[in-house]
Design a protein around this ligand. Structure first.
Ligand SMILES: NC(=O)c1ccc[n+]([C@@H]2O[C@H](COP(=O)([O-])OP(=O)(O)OC[C@H]3O[C@@H](n4cnc5c(N)ncnc54)[C@H](OP(=O)(O)O)[C@@H]3O)[C@@H](O)[C@H]2O)c1
Length: 293
């Protein structure tokens, strides 16, 4: 995690702690609640875990790469020495591994009250360049990365809702769900499906007191964009110049890519009781990139 992200998280936590008129928002606002962040070892997921810990929640993160996961956990423990943190290798597309992860969370941190379905990545391909295997892989990733964790953690969320009065699922989705791009045809279609799924789950789970929402991400600086930067052809541009140029060519009104902590703030709002009357909805985190009114 960069210093820039650290500053953002600290600022967000401080802002939450002093928000006037919101007695419930303090640095320990989420104490006594357990949060699970899939894909919590990098980018938006890592920033979300950081902010949840800053707000006093017990947090479990997972990812596939052990080295990245261990580095993330070490950084989080340094920043939050008293943190109740569980980091476990888990591929969200492996249902039995997700089930084991859910069991460990319940045993070590108590039942989850917040599930952040964040793990994943985008696929750059047009209709012409997307074969059947790629279509299946992309649709499988975008749906089952939500289906398996949601199924595994649902009993815990229902228990938390009954004991604490609120439980929530938040899905990291993309602006592509509403604003498809031809160069990301499969990801766009799959993201639209997830948008629809969130709406259905919100209705089905509402009687159990579990809210379901999502964020629509535009372009956020993260591992995904770092990887594309490293594979760039215009090698004379550094990261700052490259991302600024990207924002210009994409016509992003705020003129820059977003930071992971800016997405994390929306996720934590939707995961927390601060949004207790919000379900089935999405917050746009795109710097004005959305063309929707
Ligand atoms: N950044 C953007 O501009 C943007 C835009 C639209 C949507 N999104 C979505 O936002 C979410 C977070 O992305 P990010 O930008 O923060 O990317 P990132 O920095 O690459 O982080 C992705 C995280 O997901 C984990 N992950 C990926 N596949 C996984 C799997 N099958 N099982 C478990 N963990 C997995 C990664 O760890 P391992 O690789 O070690 O498993 C990593 O922790 C993703 O769903 C992404 O598609 C991002």
């Amino acid at each position: 995690m960069t210093m820039r992200q650290d500053t953002g998280i600290a600022t967000a936590a401080a802002a939450l702690a002093r928000t006037p008129g919101q007695a419930g928002w303090r640095h320990d606002a989420l104490a006594g609640r357990t949060a699970v962040v899939t894909g919590g070892s990098s980018g938006i997921g890592l920033a979300t875990a950081d902010l949840l810990l800053a707000c006093g929640a017990a947090v479990a993160i997972c990812g596939r790469d052990t080295v990245r996961l261990d580095a993330a956990a070490q950084g989080l423990r340094q920043r939050h020495p008293d943190a109740r943190l569980l980091a476990r290798t888990c591929n969200v597309l492996d249902e039995s591994s997700v089930g084991d992860f859910a069991g460990q969370v319940e045993r070590e941190l108590g039942p989850a009250a917040m599930l952040i379905n964040n793990a994943g990545q985008g696929r750059v391909s047009t209709f012409a360049s997307t074969g059947d295997a790629a279509w299946s892989e992309e649709l499988h990733l975008k749906f089952f990365s939500v289906i398996y964790p949601t199924r595994a953690f649902l009993p815990q969320l229902a228990q938390s809702a009954s004991e604490l009065g609120d439980a929530a699922i938040v899905c990291s989705n993309s602006l592509l769900a509403r604003q498809p791009e031809p160069h990301m045809v499969a990801t766009s279609a799959a993201r639209a499906g997830l948008l629809n799924l969130v709406r259905s789950l919100a209705t089905e789970f509402a009687p159990q007191g579990i809210r379901v929402n999502g964020i629509l991400i535009g372009l956020i600086e993260s591992g995904q964009w770092r990887r594309r930067f490293e594979a760039r052809s215009e090698s004379e541009l550094d990261w700052t110049a490259w991302t600024r140029e990207l924002a210009r060519t994409k016509h992003i009104p705020l003129g820059r890519l977003g930071r992971p902590d800016e997405a994390a703030q929306a996720v934590v709002f939707l995961a927390s009781p601060l949004s207790s009357y919000t379900t089935g909805s999405h917050i746009d985190i795109s710097g004005g990139h959305s063309r929707n009114a």
